[in-house]
Ligand binder design. Structure first.
Ligand code: BJW
Ligand code: ZN
Length: 241
């Protein structure tokens, strides 16, 4: 694949660049996506929309922990791929570079990205339901961890369906989307709100919208350009521009 000339020009002259990533950027690292070929990720017979929900946290937090323990175990084997590494290099390149991710896998940080707006939290952190204490998860036994400050239950520090995003995270992302010249939508089906509203916000403010995805997504029709390929193949092509 060749980067089209118009995009080469935009990329070379852009001062403010914003990127929204989703599960697809981690696919080549071995992390499963949520929605592939029209079917939803399933665990123990439950679609992820059920287990990754506010209702499930209320009704069966033990099961929710089991689901996230299972996924953290898978992630232990996963390393950043050339797509993550290319984006880490972009932070040195522009006057302002904003990386917004819906991923909870921490692979952008492992790849060297310093400032990452994590809209949906981080799977390597636990949060107390009562006092809000945050703990990194290093070695975890099975079951529901108990808060060392107030002895209440801790939960994964991730944003599930029906839950609010971390305070300030979406506002900062929306502000950067409003101000950027170039907005990349990488490896996301962009169907989950409010994250899916960011490309539209950027476009309304005049940004050039570029999608990197091997498949079409509902947002494709609003993009100025679609690069059909895997993030790990496409993003390194920008390195020498
Ligand atoms: C590749 C590739 C390769 C493959 N290279 N690409 C407005 C309208 C309608 C509904 C709502 C609305 N506002 C809010 C809602 C409700 C809900 C929502 O959006 N529902 C829609 C699904 C209809 N939103 C919420 O509940 C949010 N909260 C909220 O709005 O709070 C306010 C509120 C509170 C209370 C009441 C009412 C309002 C929270 C959403 C949190 C979502 N969390 C999840 C789970 C996180 C924990 C976990 O991991 O289990 O986050 S859902 C899941 O989807 C996960 C992802 O971050 C998110 C997005 O998925 P993503 O990343 O796009 O992945 P896929 O699999 O969908 O796509 C992968 C793509 O990659 C594909 O396109 C592939 O082709 C591509 N690909 N290989 C590049 N190599
Ligand atoms: Zn506590």
């Amino acid at each position: 694949m060749e980067i089209p000339d118009i995009l080469k020009e935009k990329f070379s002259s852009a001062r403010r660049v914003c990127v929204l990533t989703g599960a697809g950027i981690s696919a080549e690292s071995g992390v499963p996506t949520f929605r592939s070929s029209g079917s939803a990720l399933v665990w123990k017979g439950m679609p992820f929309t059920e287990i990754s929900s506010a209702r499930m946290v209320r009704e069966d937090l033990g099961e929710v922990w089991e689901w996230f323990d299972y996924r953290r175990n898978l992630l232990k084997e996963c390393k950043p791929n050339p797509g993550h590494l290319a984006l880490a290099a972009w932070q040195e390149r522009f006057d302002e570079f904003t990386l917004v991710t819906q991923n909870i896998d921490n692979l952008h940080r492992t790849a060297g990205s310093r400032e990452v707006i994590e809209l949906h939290g981080n799977i390597w952190r636990a949060r107390c339901e009562s006092c809000g204490r945050l703990d990194d998860i290093v070695e975890k036994e099975s079951g529901v961890p108990i808060c060392r400050s107030c002895s209440e239950r801790m939960r994964p520090d991730v944003v599930l369906f029906g839950e609010m995003l971390p305070v300030g995270a979406f506002d900062t992302a929306a502000d950067r989307a409003t101000k950027c010249d170039l907005f990349f939508i990488i490896g996301t089906s962009a169907v989950v709100y409010p994250a899916a509203a960011l490309p539209e916000t950027a476009a309304r403010s005049g940004a050039f919208l570029v999608e990197v995805n091997p498949e079409e997504a509902p947002l494709t029709q609003y993009c100025d350009l679609s690069l059909r390929g895997n993030a790990g193949d496409v993003l390194p092509l920008f390195t020498d521009l």
